[in-house]
Design a protein around this ligand. Structure first.
Ligand SMILES: Cc1cc2nc3c(=O)[nH]c(=O)nc-3n(C[C@H](O)[C@H](O)[C@H](O)COP(=O)(O)OP(=O)(O)OC[C@H]3O[C@@H](n4cnc5c(N)ncnc54)[C@H](O)[C@@H]3O)c2cc1C
Length: 378
């Protein structure tokens, strides 16, 4: 593994740093809707100058960035205190899945409005009885002439309240084995059969929603990757989910840790060897996370596909972020728990880290089975 950047990577980083210095997104707004608009504006600014999707090929409006450059992009975004673009699910999940499986017409129709945040995307995978075991999902799609009629319920659907399109996986053949009877659809959210009901989280915000689908209609041309091929197409989406974010998240973790160390320093707490020890341990974990993320990148560059490091970094990040925010509460006391304050938000939001994008238990299974070669759990 080579941790030094080559000339083109350094040039890419410097150009991006200069752009971010000229386009300071400003302070994060407090209210949820203002925050979302702020992220839309930031994405539009990125898109205007060709930075919205550096990892996309130039013919689709990207920069054809290498994996390392893509990692640099997310690291620099985190370092500049910039937000993730509003259409993050479109940019990281829907776009690459459409590029892999879409017809020329689908690529032509859907990719450009993703870049400009004109059309926001959400991911309709999880259901009340299908999360980790996604293939057991029950939402049904039945053929009706040149359309499909969809009935079912999705849950935890992030950004559905803003979304124009949904990456929807539904069962089209109930007789087939569970992984084989699925089809992947591009569903228009703006229709009568689709109801979005926000779920309020412990933080007070509503990032995600329940999605009730009652007779929604999807034209045949919005099937992605062919009827009955939904599992394979969904795996493409899931493979893309963790790839870039690891770098953004590890930088955010580092910043949060630096902030906690500064606040503990102001309170004279760094002289306490027990506190220094706990902070030291978090520093070590943050560094291991950064290096493991780069090791994962090297594996993709060498072998052409993501290794198990993606599961490892997601697991390590969620655990470390939860430890860090808990330590903040221990060190800062009631001040860290003031409702509406930064630390109380971080502490409460971190609860979901070990669930979203794959639960820690499931990630541990992956590491046990695919890295350590232990027998399969099932
Ligand atoms: C903030 C947030 C945003 C989300 N956004 C989206 C989204 O936009 N779109 C979407 O489709 N989903 C989204 N999700 C849903 C997320 O993908 C699921 O919550 C996750 O996959 C777990 O599924 P589940 O909630 O059904 O839990 P379950 O799968 O029912 O798991 C329950 C418990 O059992 C454990 N478990 C399950 N299977 C195993 C096993 N084989 N071995 C050991 N333990 C096991 C789990 O670890 C967990 O502790 C989001 C979740 C969160 C928290």
């Amino acid at each position: 593994m080579d941790l030094t950047f080559n000339e083109p990577e350094l040039a890419f980083r410097d150009e991006l740093r200069a752009w971010l210095a000229d386009h300071d997104p400003g302070r994060e707004p407090d209210s949820e809707d203002a925050n979302y608009e702020w992220r839309v504006d930031f994405q539009r600014a990125l898109a205007r100058d060709g930075w919205a999707a550096v990892h996309w090929p130039p013919e689709y409006g990207g920069r054809g960035a290498t994996l390392t450059q893509s990692a640099i992009f997310f690291e620099e975004l985190g370092r500049a205190g910039a937000p993730l673009p509003a259409n993050v699910l479109g940019l990281l999940l829907a776009g690459p899945t459409i590029m892999s499986w879409g017809t020329p017409e689908q690529k032509e129709r859907y990719l450009t409005p993703i870049l400009s945040a004109e059309e926001i995307w959400c991911q309709g995978f999880s259901e009340p009885d299908a999360g980790s075991d996604l293939a057991s999902l029950k939402t049904r799609a039945v053929k009706d002439g040149d359309h499909w009629v969809v009935t079912g319920q999705k849950v935890w659907t992030s950004a559905a309240q803003y979304a124009k399109w949904c990456m929807l996986v539904a069962r089209t053949d109930p007789e087939a084995p569970k992984h084989k009877g699925l089809t992947y659809f591009l569903m228009d959210m703006e229709q009568e059969g689709v109801t979005v009901r926000p779920l309020r989280q412990i933080t007070g915000e509503s990032e995600f929603n329940e999605l009730f689908i009652d007779g929604a209609r999807i034209p045949d041309e919005n099937v992605l990757g062919g009827e009955g091929n939904g599992w394979k197409v969904a795996l493409t989406t899931l493979m893309n989910e963790r790839a870039g974010l690891a770098f953004f998240l590890q930088v955010r973790l580092r910043q949060l840790l630096d902030r906690l160390i500064a606040e503990a320093g102001q309170r004279g707490q760094l002289e306490d060897p027990v506190i220094a020890d706990r902070l030291g341990e978090l520093h070590l974990k943050a560094e291991i996370l950064r290096l493991t993320a780069y090791r994962g990148l090297t594996a993709i560059e060498k072998y052409g596909q993501p290794g198990p490091e993606g599961s490892l970094t997601k697991w390590m990040w969620s655990e470390t972020n939860q430890q860090l925010t808990q330590l903040a509460a221990d060190l800062l006391g009631p001040a860290a728990l003031t409702a509406g304050g930064r630390w109380s938000y971080e502490l409460l939001r971190a609860r979901g880290n070990s669930i979203e994008g794959g639960t820690t238990e499931v990630l541990k299974n992956i590491v046990a089975e695919r890295v350590l070669g232990l027998p399969k759990a099932r």
